[in-house]
Design a protein around this ligand. Sequence first.
Ligand SMILES: Nc1ncnc2c1ncn2[C@@H]1O[C@H](COP(=O)(O)OP(=O)(O)O)[C@@H](O)[C@H]1O
Ligand SMILES: [Mg+2]
Length: 220
Amino acid sequence: MIKVHNLKKYYGRGENLVKALDGIELTIARGEFAAIVGASGSGKTTLLNMIGGLDVPTEGKVCVDGVNLENLREKQLAVFRRKKIGFIFQNYNLVPTLTVEENIMFPLDLDGSAPDGNFLKEIVSLLGLEDRMQTYPNVLSGGQQQRVAIARALISKPPIILADEPTGNLDSRNGQNVAGLLKMTAQLYHRTLVMITHNQELAQLADRVLHMEDGRIVRE
Ligand SMILES: Nc1ncnc2c1ncn2[C@@H]1O[C@H](COP(=O)(O)OP(=O)(O)O)[C@@H](O)[C@H]1O
Ligand SMILES: [Mg+2]
């Protein structure tokens, strides 16, 4: 499902050279839930962004759901992201001027895909957002906003969900809740889930825990 080979990402040059990724080998199977842990600056976000086609490697290969990302131009990468990846970020990234329902449907609007009303109802109910559909993000708690972001990541049925510290702005109770919902929905719909977290307890929810240090996966 996800295959990464000899992946390197360097920033800067000379004295300022930063090896954000320094030779990553990684295979994640369809339906697997992998957590990525490691100190700040160890390359977690860079790795996730390479898998999600948000950034381009210095060297190495990334293959996602049968697609070799090196073969794609910027426009094709945008299509790849819309079809294959649901992104969830630490700061939710909701559009403040859109209602909760409009935020959830946003990826479908971008893609020109027909909304699946039953699927929308189902995920909204699973995530406990039924009463919030016509409100705006700014009146919601952090936990509620992240549940909206989960619904938005699922709505276009991408095979892969990438979450970058999705509980980083939440207290531990809401963090547990959001991570639990993320795992539950990914499992229910057989999505491959890769989640970065600083929280050891939440990492234990995953099938695998990848430990990063200085741009490498040092142990599993
Ligand atoms: N756009 C960039 N330009 C220069 N350096 C960057 C850039 N993005 C990340 N880095 C550097 O790459 C390293 C890994 O960063 P990052 O992947 O964000 O780590 P993490 O998510 O584990 O905190 C860090 O040293 C960071 O400063
Ligand atoms: Mg990061």
